[in-house]
Design a protein around this ligand. Sequence first.
Ligand SMILES: [Zn+2]
Length: 754
Amino acid sequence: MKCILSLFFSIILNLSIAQISPIIPAPVVYKELNESLNFDGDLLVNFIGLSTNLQEQITHLATIYHGIQFSNFTSGPKLSFKKLENVIQDSYSINVTNEIVISFSSDASCYYAFISLMQLIENTSTGFQLKKCFVKDYPKFSWRGLHLDVSRHFFTVDEVKKYIDLMSIYKFNTFHWHLTDDQGWRIEIKSFPKLTEIGGWRDSTMNNHYSTKPRTYTRQKYGGYYTQEQIKEVVAYANSKFVTIVPEIEMPGHSRAALAAYPEYSCTGIQQGVEGLWGVFDDIFCSKEETILFLQKILDEVILLFPGKYIHIGGDEAPKTRWEKCKSCQKVMNENHLKNEHQLQSYFIQRMDKYLTEKGRKLIGWDEILEGGLSSNAAVMSWRGFEGGMEAASQEHEVVMSPGSHCYFDHYQGKGSNEPIAIGGFTPLEKVYEFNPIPNQLNKKYEPYILGGQANLWTEYIADFEKVQYMVYPRALALIQSLWCLEKPSFDEFKNVLIDKHLPFLKKMNVHYSKSIFSPKIEWKRTRKGVQFTIKSNQQGESYEVQSSEIRNNKISKMNFNVLQDECIEINRSEKDQINYTYGVRSKNDSSTTQFNIQATNSLGIPVKYITQPSASYNSGNLTLVDGQHGSLPWKRNEWIGFDTTEIDIEIDLLKKQKYNQLNVSFLSDEHSWIHFPERIEVFYLRKGKWKHCSRPVQFSYLQSEQVRSFQIELNKPTRNVLVKIKSLTTIPNGFPGAGHIPWTFIDEIEVVK
Ligand SMILES: [Zn+2]
C-alpha cells in the first residue's frame, strides 16, 4: 500500500484535473497531462521478471489491439514492468511519461494493467499516440463472473475459449460453466459413461417460446459433450487468462439428462428420455444413499478436473412431488428426524457440502439452498432477487449476487420489434449499469461476505454462438463497471466511452454485439387529449423518417414525414370509432428501426388510479394500461402491469359523463411463470358518490388455451368514473407450477369503447 501511495502523490502534483478515462472498467485513479507520447510501430520492451505466460499474453494483447510489435533493438519508447510487494490484491499502476512503466502486484494485475495500457493507446495516421498519464487501479470485488449454460444448447471448445478470452479482456475472473441440466449432460465422467453416451443427447428440441400454444418440436437428435481432455484444455486456457472456472453439476433438480442414463437414481426408477422441452420437471434425483454416493463419485472426477475452490451444485427449482411419495425418501426423512421435504433437501445439500469440504473445496448453490436450513460451509448465489443473498450474508455465509432483475442476460435488452426471441423480462444496458452487489439495506458488518456479482446466460433461446455474443455484449461491459469500480462513472460517461472506444474494438474482434442501444427509443406521455411520443436516441443529432398509417372505418391513409430527436407526435383519443395507427421509425444515421401500433379508443391516455398497487417489479406506471398498445408476446416486463394480490382494484376517469358501451380488459396467462387468468371481474360506476354495479360480475372458467384473453364487460350506464374489481384465483391449482402459491395477474390493456 505504502509503495503505491507514495508513487501516486509524487506524480499527482504535476497533473491536470482528472478526466474521463477510455478504460472499461474505469480505473480508481486516472490523471492525464496535456502532452502525448507518440511512436510509430515498436515498443522497446523489457520482459525481465515476467512469467512466460505473461509474456505470451501481453504479446497477444498488443497484436489484437493494435498490431504492435515488441522489439529488443529498435528505438521505440521503453516499456518496463516493476513488481510491487505488500499492496492491495491485484492492484497495478501505469505511469506514462517519455517511457511507460507498469507496476503490478500479481500476474493477473500485470495482465489487467497491460489491457488498460492498450485501451489508452490510439491509432494515428503515422503510428500510435497516448496521453501522458497516471493510472492506479484495483478491483472492488473478487468474484467478477459470467455464466454460460451449455446444456440447453451446446457450444464447442473453441466457442467456450472465445467466451473466456473476451471476458478476461474486460477483467472478469470467474467463469461459471453450467455443465448439466434436464436437456443434456455435457461433461465426460469415466465411472459413468452413460451420462454422456445417453444423457448428452436429446431427440427433440422445442420451437418458439415456451408459452407458445400449441407447442411444436424439431424432431432431430441434438447434443454433444466435452471429454475430460477437452475440459483440461479449457481449464488451462482459462488459467492462462487469469480466469477460474466454477463447474456446475445440478442436483437434486434439473437432472433429467442424468436420470435418462441412470433411472435407478430417481424416485420412480422409470426410464424417460432427455428432455426437449424447457422448464422445471418433477423427476429429480432421489435422496436415497445410493444416489448420494453416485453423485459424490461424479464430484470426485469433477474435483480432479477443476482446480478452483468452488464447486456449484445447483440446488434450485427442485419440486418435492416425487420425494413426498417416495418410500426411500420418506425413510431418509424418518431416519434423520426431518420434518418436511425442504429439510430433506437441506440434508441432501449438507451431505454434498460435507463431502466437498473434506476434499478441501467449497460448495456454492443457488439461493434455494437456504430453504430448510443453510448448510454450514455453503456459499450462496442469489438469483431470485437480493433477499436470499442478504439472508445468507447475515448468517455469515459467502454470497455472489446475481439477481434476475439486473444480471439475467437471457432477458430482452431492447424494445424494438427486431429483437430476437428471449425468455422474457427486460434488462437494458441502463438497468445492468444500476446493479450494486451490496444492497443498501444490508448491515455494514455483513458486507465483506458479498464476494461480488455475476451475470447468467441461460441458453434455451440461444442456439448459436453469435446470439451468445449478442446477449452478453455490451451488457457485460456495464456489469464489469459495477464489479470492478470503486466509484463508477455516470451512465452517460460510460456510454460515451463505450460507443467511442469499445464498440469499435468489439467489432474489430468480430464480436456479434447488440446494437440495441442505438435503436430509437420511444418515450410516452399523457396529454390533455390522449398521448404523445418523443423519439430519443443514444446518438447525437439523430433524425428519423416516420412511416405512419391510420385505419379508420376500414379506410387506410398513409403518411411519411421526418422528425428530429425530442420532437413530439400527438395521438388523440377517438370519440367515436376505434382508430388503429401504425408507426415505423427509422434512424437516418444507422437505419435501425422500431415499429409499434396504437389503438385509439375513448380511453386513450385517460387518468388511471391503482387502488391496489402493482408489484414493484412489474409496474411501468399508470399510462401503460391506457397507452393504446397491447402487451405483446412473448411478454416483456415493461408492457404488462403485474399484481401479486388476490384482489385488484383499478379506477379510471373517462373525463366526461357519457354512456359507453363496453369495457375491455386483457390478461396474460403463462403457467410456467405462475401467471394465470383471473376468476372474476366486476365493474362499477359512480353515482352520487357511491359505486354501483354496472353489470353482473363476469366469471371465467379456469382452463384457457389462449395466452392472452380480452374480456368484454357491458357498461350500460352514463358515467365518468369506473371502478374495475378483479378477483384472481386464491391459489394456483394442483398440477401447475407454483401450486398452492398466490398466482400473478398480468393486465394490459384497459379500453372503453362506445
Ligand atoms: Zn426418492
